[in-house]
Write a protein that binds this ligand. Sequence first.
Ligand SMILES: Nc1ncnc2c1ncn2[C@@H]1O[C@H](COP(=O)(O)OP(=O)(O)OP(=O)(O)O)[C@@H](O)[C@H]1O
Length: 607
Amino acid sequence: MLKSKDYTTLDFLTVPLRIIPLQTIYSILITILNSLIPAYQTLVVANFINTATDIFKGRVDYSSIYLPIILIMSYIIFTNLIPSITQIIETSAQNKLNATLKKEIALKQVRLEYKHIENKDTQELINRVCSDPIKNFMAGLNNWFRGATLLISSFSLLIIVMSSTFISGIVIIIISVPLFYIAMRTGKKNYEMGMEAKKIQRKYNYLSSILINRDFAEERKLFAYSTPLRDKFDQLYDESSKIENKIEIKSYIHMKSGSMVTLFIVIVIVTLLLPSLHRGEISLGIFIALVNAIYGLVQNMSWQLSSTMYDYARLKEYLKEFSSFTRLSEKKDACVLPADMDSFAFESLEFRNVSFKYPGTEHYILKDCSFILSHHKNYCFVGVNGAGKTTITKLLTGMYDEFEGEILINGKSIRDFSFAEIKGLISVVYQDYAKYPLTVKDNILLGNLTKTDEKRLETIVSEMGLKDVVNGLEFGIDTYLGKIKENSKDLSGGQWQRLAISRLLYSNSKINILDEPTASLDPLAESQVYELFSHVNKDRFTIFITHRLGAAKMADEILVVDEGHIAERGSHDQLMSLKNGKYSKMFASQKSWYEPKTKSVFLEGEG
Ligand SMILES: Nc1ncnc2c1ncn2[C@@H]1O[C@H](COP(=O)(O)OP(=O)(O)OP(=O)(O)O)[C@@H](O)[C@H]1O
């Protein structure tokens, strides 16, 4: 379970320790052993050279070489065998960490309050954090190991150097301080430049999606915007490449100057050590091993440290965003299935002086909006774009709680219903309803996951005019839909619409809202879908939302939403009789849409 808190780099260790404890402990132990390898190597090589020298000078017996050889062999076996074993363990650990982390992140996502989904900034944050969490967590864990390896190996080598020639150790420390500082600065600077490049990359990736994606194909052709867009893409690509090249060049210069400094230090220390070697104060073995150790040590300080610092800065930024993501507020009961509301007898729905503005905005979208709807009638909300029709459904379905006034179902405030009860009571088919790449059957069953009723399913398929479509499919109702699976079949727009409406019918909810799910049909075909729906659904309370007034006509009552409140209300005839009424004006302007010139699209079977 993902905690809401400020994540620190320590969490790159604690999260894997929670999810894959054994593998993480193994990795920690291996890291410590690996860090000691350079010091161990230095000592065994020195021991080997000294023993070989003694044998050569006839001071010791040939058999004395066995132990140094065994020690060298043990080091060679360890460094060759352990990486492949570690690789196997790490791959399976990574898979488990990936699966668990993704599950926990997905759970957080579904629990989020709806306002975060609609907000552009939080939506972008969610996309960035959730796109590849494992990559960042693994990099964070490895960065810990790299840092620890660097520290332990440098420290152990330093002890060896200082125990032989104290002064060389001091020289290394003195020279390493500025090297360390430069490495840190380079790491941070590279990171900042990298972020700049990333920003530009996000822009050109978006442009590239417009140039490639199927969704934009028609407009791409129609407006012929590919060429100017490609020019913009090229320009952004060049900008980001320039920054990346700059980073590369800077890193290269840093690496090369680091190598030169390393070489210089080694030469200085060799010069310092030579007199001691000459006087026999240090052995040849120790001398060679020390030169090696010093070289490795300064390399660590100059080059490896800078890339570790670069990753550290990058991963710290990721953690900042990860923390913001985990702290996003959640909706209570977000994951709970809709409650069974079979026994609930719906009587009325009331908005009492409801005012509402979207979080982070100043403008009221609904202002003193009041109306009462009763169960024995069907209603239609109409109004111009942006009048607030969909906002009414969002408040009703509990997507937003921060409204003023009261929303009452059977006289009881919706704040006193649990979210599960609200979900059980109300179903909506939105304009941009989902098209699930599942079977026809599962597309409908999603409407009510608490029980499977085959007979009801069959009735709905037939009543919504989908029987012939289903019979024509290779695997009937069990045929996969969409474009993802092999053997799956894509439906026409009208068929998907009827499937989405079937899902609502299967849900058994008491309040059904159709928020322009038929917007892509022509006005006449839309009226016919609504007629079919109200015929099938005659016993259930339904609210239609539409711009097309020909479809609104068949509702018992029409409510005209204007600037966030109900401006007019009544039957079609009543509203038409109002002098200078908004509805009658709108109807007059749309009248010609409903004068049939050709056969209905819907009756032709939606292509
Ligand atoms: N998440 C949001 N944040 C801020 N403003 C929003 C948000 N969602 C909608 N709005 C604004 O609220 C107003 C009402 O939108 P709403 O979708 O309720 O209108 P509508 O009557 O359903 O319009 P349409 O007929 O175009 O679907 C619009 O001005 C819209 O820009």
